[in-house]
Design a protein around this ligand. Structure first.
Ligand SMILES: Cc1cc2nc3c(=O)[nH]c(=O)nc-3n(C[C@H](O)[C@H](O)[C@H](O)COP(=O)(O)OP(=O)(O)OC[C@H]3O[C@@H](n4cnc5c(N)ncnc54)[C@H](O)[C@@H]3O)c2cc1C
Length: 578
């Protein structure tokens, strides 16, 4: 079946919905989502969205931009960071005007709290910059945008999983999707396609990410010849629930929570004397591991699964009830403890992809180091790399990225589609997807996809995690390549067509394998330590050789690396201390 639209948005998280809202003002727009829209992972975002509103203390977009650049260890494109932080203020007020129920100050303004790496006056001291709706900020953004999309007659195709991009020469002509309820393949021809498919934390064993975060957009683009930018930079959030990875928001430390070792000592004062527990995430995660390796974890056995304590007992029940209610209930449900009375056992968890599909400031996809635009193809949100997060994202800057760049891309699409015709796409555009699905469902028996997934996640967690070295990463690459070979023989266990989640998971598995390979190869290639990429064999940042973005091209289960310049037009790189 062929559907024709002017604009197709793939994904209904914060970025997809904001882009759809804008694009639908001037074009016939449809949103395709493998999940029901308000189940998108944006709904899990807890702590807040940053903007220099200055509601509770002095703040400026310029300080916010500087923190973003420094937090990203100078791999951030600086003009893009200025756009992010300048447009943040209006973006937050737009959300408020559209109905988002932010927490309030006693005077009725949007309340703001502290978050890691956000400072006043270029690093002097922490600043209250995160706007929040209790610890359900993402949930509120998602609900607000979804109801606005419904009001504006955006068409939704819920539970349609996109499996391929239709590229003709250098132009995007649409996508191919499987309808979950029937197993049928649909072609969506469109003048413009925007990928907003979210992150891919599922390449790792312990992650804060949902099962659906399988990086479908970036993997589809990579298989169609588009390079992925800065894939070596994957953020580990310092405070996941020990053993599970479920996130305990940085908002707990923003409200005054403290990380403690086995003797109850606050150890962050050794690593970040100014920002303490609110240092950027890469620094806090490494500090936790360093403590554990020194025998100062709570068990003290130096094992990889030892942990430390996040102490929120001094915050009081009222703060926990009004500002951190979900966190309180997670602790009760998953740990059987009340955070007002007992410290929370935590360990870093794989959290956020700084890298992804390269785009310009309007969300247009770039396909090489010369900045060549792929006509009609856009990306926004966590699957994209603008790049405003560089080597390490600051907390609350992702929700901001979704609304600022989702909105900019949606507006650009609105103009673009007026200049071009709907492409003529025929049924054979689905041939590649169709052959793939036929192979997976041809009735032969093969290895179990679940085992391949488990081995991939363990290899990535153990060898391409917080601390990295050549030997481990080479081992990970070899293992992923052998898993890709095994994948060629994998087959569905469930032969039906209706809601065949087995088939859809095998498709997602291929996406994760491709992204694991690209991540490991990019990490092995970068011979320095910067932000979240920390190499034991190259412990220093090396601006002379590595102040550049990497572009990883997927080529028949091997990876070729190219480079792209970083925009450092505002601030000179400096040593990064806090
Ligand atoms: C637990 C947690 C807490 C967080 N807290 C914060 C916070 O407080 N502040 C902050 O700034 N950031 C936070 N983040 C990060 C932030 O929430 C995410 O980066 C962001 O929400 C991603 O939004 P998105 O629009 O890019 O994608 P998502 O919200 O993940 O949405 C992806 C969409 O793509 C669709 N999709 C995916 N693949 C396909 C396919 N093949 N076909 C069709 N549809 C597809 C899905 O159905 C979904 O609708 C948090 C992240 C986590 C995990």
């Amino acid at each position: 079946m062929i559907h024709r639209f002017e604009t197709i948005i793939v994904g209904s998280g914060g970025s997809g919905l904001y882009a759809a809202l804008e694009a639908s003002q001037r074009s016939q727009t449809a949103v395709l989502s493998k999940l029901f829209p308000v189940r998108s992972h944006t709904g899990a975002a807890q702590g807040g969205i940053s903007a220099a509103l200055g509601n509770v203390e002095e703040d400026k977009p310029e300080w916010h931009a500087f923190d973003t650049v420094k937090g990203g260890d100078y791999l951030v494109d600086q003009q893009a960071a200025r756009i992010l932080t300048d447009e943040a203020v209006q973006a937050v007020y737009d959300l408020e005007n559209r109905g988002l129920p932010f927490n309030r100050t006693p005077e009725g303004r949007i309340d703001q709290r502290r978050f890691g790496g956000h400072t006043r006056n270029f690093g002097e001291a922490p600043v209250r910059r995160a706007c929040y709706a209790a610890d359900r900020t993402g949930h509120m953004i998602l609900q607000t945008l979804y109801q606005q999309c419904i009001k504006n007659d955006v068409s939704f195709y819920d539970e349609f999983q996109v499996v391929d991009l239709i590229l003709d020469d250098n132009r995007s002509n649409g996508v191919v999707a499987v309808e979950l309820s029937t197993g049928e393949l649909h072609i969506f021809a469109a003048k413009a396609v925007l990928f907003a498919t979210g992150g891919f934390g599922r390449i790792f064993k312990i992650t804060s990410n949902a099962h659906a975060n399988t990086g479908d957009g970036p993997a589809i683009c990579a298989r169609r010849g588009i390079p992925l930018e800065d894939m070596e930079f994957f953020q580990f959030h310092p405070t996941g629930i020990k053993g599970l990875g479920i996130l305990i928001s940085e908002a707990v430390r923003g409200e005054g929570g403290i990380l403690r070792d086995r003797d109850g000592k606050r150890f962050m004062e050794h690593y970040s004397p100014t920002l303490l527990d609110l240092a950027p995430r890469d620094i806090v995660s490494r500090s936790i591991l360093t403590e554990i390796r020194a025998g100062k974890g709570i068990r003290g056995d130096r094992q990889i699964d030892d942990y430390i304590h996040l102490d929120a007992t001094h915050l009081g029940k009222e703060v926990l009830r009004t500002k951190l209610p979900d966190i309180t209930s997670f602790c009760q449900t998953y740990l059987g403890i009340d955070p007002a009375e007992s410290p929370i056992p935590v360990l870093p968890t794989a959290h956020y992809a700084m890298g992804g599909i390269p785009t310009d400031d309007f969300g247009r996809v770039i396909k090489d180091d010369r900045g060549t635009i792929v006509e009609g193809l856009y990306a926004a949100g966590e699957c994209a790399c603008v790049s405003v997060h560089g080597a390490n994202r600051l907390g609350t800057n992702s929700l901001l990225d979704l609304v600022v760049f989702g909105r900019r891309a949606g507006r650009h699409i609105g103009d673009y589609v007026k200049e071009v015709a709907v492409p003529s796409v025929s049924q054979d555009a689905a041939d590649t997807a169709s052959r793939w699905i036929e192979q997976l469902t041809d009735g032969q028996t093969g290895p179990h996809g679940g085992h391949i997934m488990e081995e991939m996640q363990t290899a990535m967690m153990e060898n391409v995690g917080i601390y990295r070295n050549r030997q481990d990463m080479q081992a990970a690459m070899a293992q992923i390549q052998s898993l890709l070979e095994r994948y060629q023989h994998v087959r569905v266990q469930d032969g039906s067509r209706v809601f065949n989640t087995d088939l859809l998971e095998l498709i997602e598995l291929r996406n994760l394998l491709d992204l694991s390979l690209l991540t490991a190869a990019s990490a092995l290639n970068r011979q320095e330590s910067r932000g979240a990429h920390s190499r034991e064999d190259f412990p220093d940042r090396d601006d002379d050789n590595w102040l550049k973005h990497s572009l990883a091209y997927l080529d028949n289960d091997t990876v070729r690396i190219g480079y792209k310049a970083v925009d450092t037009s505002i601030w000179e790189p400096k040593p990064r201390t806090y």
